[in-house]
Design a protein. Structure first.
Length: 395
């Protein structure tokens, strides 16, 4: 595994000169090749027209599917383009039809929007939502999950990495449990795709959603969906249009057989091209090498944060990724974020809405989320630590 050429990575990320960007779990800085692909496509739309540009750039648009299939180790017909990870996730989840008494199993660290959807469908169909307890590491307890499996469980749906915690859930082990029981398995990889190698065949998930703007370093309003071939025709999307289905008479239609049944006709074409470029760019570095550097930087950041009086690192999990979360007794997370901005340091705040169940379970209101990427450096971490110490001392 080759090491990341950090100098080149930063040269290809111009914004690194102006800001310390520790908000990669929110939206990463786009590298030059991705930004150029996005801008050039929009310029062509301006010059030639939207429909005409789509025809001219058909190969670039199709590249997205090839790139995503390489990223996830699947077939391109198992990939769909969406406007974001939430829409990708919704298109799959709302395709399931539950019956009274059916069970949906999820994790305490589940994303808030997903929890709302679970409850909505549970109310609609009379299903039961069950939060699987955490183990001693703070991640989903595999033993309890296995013991909860019975004939009423119709879906296991979890996040790979929570939005407000650095833990990595044991996705592969969950896949083994789901496969053994013959239960559909939906994985939300919004925070993991791009920073952790993902092989859907190895994980054993039936569907997976991801976003472009975070660790893949693509533009906003882009996302992707993977659906296992054997699962595609079993799921009817919650809505259809002339792209996902075809009219055969005034009263009949057929749904397309590939994952594009979960797409819509109108798409962010420039973003689709740019996301394909972003995936190719990430693969050129090597996701394994990216993970290795991210994990190293995150570990370094946690070690240094632990040395500051009043700072409490809130990450759990046996495996921890590039998302580093903490609180400080001296001031609120929101105040810290605001003060760090004066030093041109970008972080974000995770509040209860994103990880409502987890935060309620742990008695947290909000945490500072500092998320690193491979183009960040140890020098930036030192600068971050110096600024944070000044902020907390002067409070």
């Amino acid at each position: 595994m080759s090491e990341i050429d950090v100098k080149r990575a930063r040269e290809e990320t111009p914004a690194c000169k102006d800001v310390v960007h520790f908000n990669n779990a929110g939206a990463s800085l786009m590298p030059i090749p991705v930004a150029e692909a996005l801008h050039e496509y929009l310029k062509k739309e301006e010059k030639f027209g939207g429909y005409e540009t789509a025809e001219l750039e058909s190969e670039s648009l199709e590249n997205f599917y090839h790139a995503a299939s390489r990223l996830l180790n699947c077939e391109k017909d198992e990939i769909a383009f969406t406007e974001n990870a939430t829409r990708a996730w919704e298109m799959i989840f709302y395709s399931f039809r539950f019956q009274p008494g059916d069970k949906i199993l999820t994790t305490i660290s589940e994303y808030g929007s997903n929890v709302i959807a679970y409850n909505q469908q549970a109310e609609k169909y009379g299903a039961e939502l069950i939060f699987v307890p955490n183990d001693e590491y703070g991640q989903i307890d595999l033993r309890v999950l296995e013991n909860l499996i019975d004939e009423r469980v119709k879906l296991i749906s979890i996040n790979h990495v929570p939005t407000g915690n650095g833990l990595v859930n044991p996705a592969k082990e969950i896949g083994k449990i789901a496969k053994s029981a013959g239960i559909p398995y939906l994985l939300d990889a919004t925070q993991s795709i791009g920073q952790i190698p993902i092989d859907v065949k190895e994980i054993g998930c039936d569907a997976l959603c991801g976003t472009g703007r975070k660790y893949l370093r693509g533009p906003r309003a882009t996302g992707l969906l993977y659906v296992r071939k054997e699962m595609i025709e079993k799921l009817i999307p919650p809505f259809l249009d002339i792209h996902s289905a075809k009219l055969t008479s005034p009263y009949t239609y057929v749904i397309r057989p590939d994952a594009k049944r979960f797409e819509t006709w109108e798409q962010f074409m420039a973003g689709k091209v740019a996301l394909g470029v972003a995936i190719d760019y990430a693969l050129s570095w090597g996701i394994g090498a990216i993970q290795q550097r991210i994990y190293k930087l995150a570990s370094e950041l946690r070690e240094k944060l632990a040395e500051i009086d009043g700072v409490v690192i809130t990450d759990k999990g046996k495996e921890k990724c590039g998302i580093v979360t903490f609180i400080a007794h001296q001031m609120s997370a929101s105040q810290i974020k605001k003060q760090l901005a004066h030093y041109k340091i970008n972080v974000s705040v995770s509040g209860g809405s994103g990880n409502f169940v987890l935060f309620q379970h742990r008695g947290l209101k909000e945490v500072v989320r500092a998320s690193v990427h491979y183009y960040n450096t140890s020098e930036e971490i030192d600068y971050f630590m110096a600024a944070l110490k000044k902020i907390l001392i002067n409070n």
